[in-house]
Design a protein around this ligand. Structure first.
Ligand SMILES: *Cc1c(COP(=O)(O)O)cnc(C)c1O
Length: 454
């Protein structure tokens, strides 16, 4: 018999609500002050489900879900932390706290990998700010009402969206422009709704974006993906929320229209898959004919342990979900806190991969979403006496690069593509072309449709 999942009201907590979280009172006064200080700089939001069912408060502060959702003192530089703690401790005026926070935020790097210019498509000479088109087959769409999440991850590279830096926000309420863009780009097979989290939207709002894609003239859009953390942070979205059933009916309509619907679920730790509500959410999504594919970055303090990944992949497959991507955390925000060097990331991945059966090995990684494309660290080997990383493009700005192998000199401290040096050549094979693309400020992905318009 299936467990009965009690409805839960969605109750979010922000920085100003920290004292309303009963478990938070268990922390030491110093830790509470530090959390309050860091949460005034970096985005903070949790909800009662995360607090009650995912965090093991007996293991705080080391608990992985606490690390994933609560700001930690070492996420700020020591002098920044000191300044913020002093302001909070003396109960400084809100404006003073906000100004100090903004100065720190300005030094962090919220939009890496050329997102702000290279990937923004155009229609009739107008830029479409709520969209990105980097890889030929796939358009990313950021629905305006989906620019928040049920709970924030402390490492999130989209954090600028949550802290009110308006000019950095990608957003669009322009479903019509999306449709027009897709009509002119028959090469696009995939639309990926992202955010924030598109599933913070009410079903009727989401439907306004999704249903136009089911029109016969957009038959070439055969895959619709929803990138979401809701199965982990708010599974009630699919189970007991007032419009949960409507959401499942929407999924069924997508499937009935002959399209593939993929819920790209962000699971960071096996505990997120262990609650009855999470299991029921996955079961219900799959009952509509949609698939659940799982992805997450490797994060120090959260999941930098091969056992966590192996256990997570096994649970995913057992529940009928498909392991998909194992990402390397990108170079943004309080990255050093979360950083795992590529060599160590590869070890964690290999050790996890070797523990699981072939059904779990649909996962691909470690993968860096870098400016030229998604670069997988395939392994290490020796070329003569030189140890090298073997790399390949899983996805590339120029489709001709996909699946090409290339080599970089071994560097145990490197944590991103930019840290790596090519082996046996003055530069990586893609660098010259990459300079040309940057000069044109466009991805080849967008060219086809523009030619038609011109
Ligand atoms: C990862 C990603 C995609 C999807 O790539 P797939 O390999 O098809 O899953 C699309 N666009 C961007 C910008 C991405 O980072």
């Amino acid at each position: 018999m299936r467990p009965l999942i009690e409805p839960r009201p969605f109750r979010p907590y922000h920085q100003r609500d920290l004292d309303k979280i009963p478990q938070f009172q268990k922390l030491s006064p110093e830790r509470r002050l530090a959390v309050r200080a860091v949460a005034s700089v970096l985005p903070f939001r949790v909800n009662a489900y995360v607090v009650d069912e995912l965090i093991d408060w007996d293991r705080v502060p080391d608990d992985p879900m606490f690390q994933l959702t609560f700001p930690q003192p070492d996420m700020l530089e020591p002098d920044d932390l000191e300044r913020m703690v002093a302001l909070i401790a003396r109960d400084a005026p809100q404006a003073e706290i906000a100004a100090a926070a903004r100065a720190i935020q300005g030094r962090l790097n919220p939009h890496p990998a050329g997102q702000r210019d290279l990937n923004v498509p155009r229609l009739d000479g107008m830029t479409l700010p709520g969209m990105q088109h980097k890889y030929r087959e796939t358009v990313l769409f950021f629905p305006q009402q989906g620019q928040t999440c049920h709970s924030y991850c402390t490492y999130c590279f989209r954090w600028a969206q949550f802290v009110g830096l308006e000019e950095l926000k990608f957003a669009s309420s322009q479903a019509e422009m999306l449709v027009e863009y897709l009509r002119r780009h028959p090469c696009v097979t995939d639309v990926l709704f992202t955010g924030g989290d598109p599933l913070v939207m009410r079903t009727e709002v989401l439907a306004r974006y999704v249903e136009p894609l089911l029109a016969p003239e957009l038959e070439h859009v055969s895959h619709i993906r929803l990138g979401t953390k809701a199965p982990a942070y708010w599974p009630h979205r699919f189970v007991t929320d007032r419009d949960a059933d409507d959401l499942l009916r929407l999924f069924e309509r997508v499937v009935a229209a002959g399209r593939h619907l993929a819920v790209m679920a962000h699971f960071s730790h096996p505990v997120e898959l262990s609650t009855p509500a999470a299991e029921e959410a996955i079961r219900r999504i799959r009952s509509t004919g949609a698939e659940v594919r799982c992805q997450a970055p490797l994060i120090r303090h959260v999941n930098d342990d091969p056992r966590a990944w192996a256990e997570m992949w096994r649970r995913q497959v057992r529940l009928g979900a498909i392991p998909y991507y194992f990402f390397v955390e990108r170079d943004t925000g309080p990255k050093r806190y979360f950083e795992v060097p590529l060599a160590r990331g590869l070890e964690i991945y290999q050790q996890a991969y070797r523990q699981v059966s072939g059904l779990c090995r649909t996962v691909r990684g470690p993968s860096m979403s870098a400016t030229p494309g998604k670069v997988q660290v395939v392994g290490t080997t020796f070329l003569g006496s030189q140890e090298v990383f073997v790399l390949r493009f899983l996805q590339a700005r120029d489709p001709a690069w996909v699946n090409r192998l290339f080599f970089a000199k071994m560097d145990r401290r490197a944590s991103w593509l930019d840290d790596l040096r090519p082996f046996g050549a003055p530069e990586f094979f893609f660098e010259r072309r990459m300079r040309e693309l940057k000069a044109g400020a466009r991805s080849p992905a967008m060219w086809a449709g523009e030619a038609e318009v011109a």
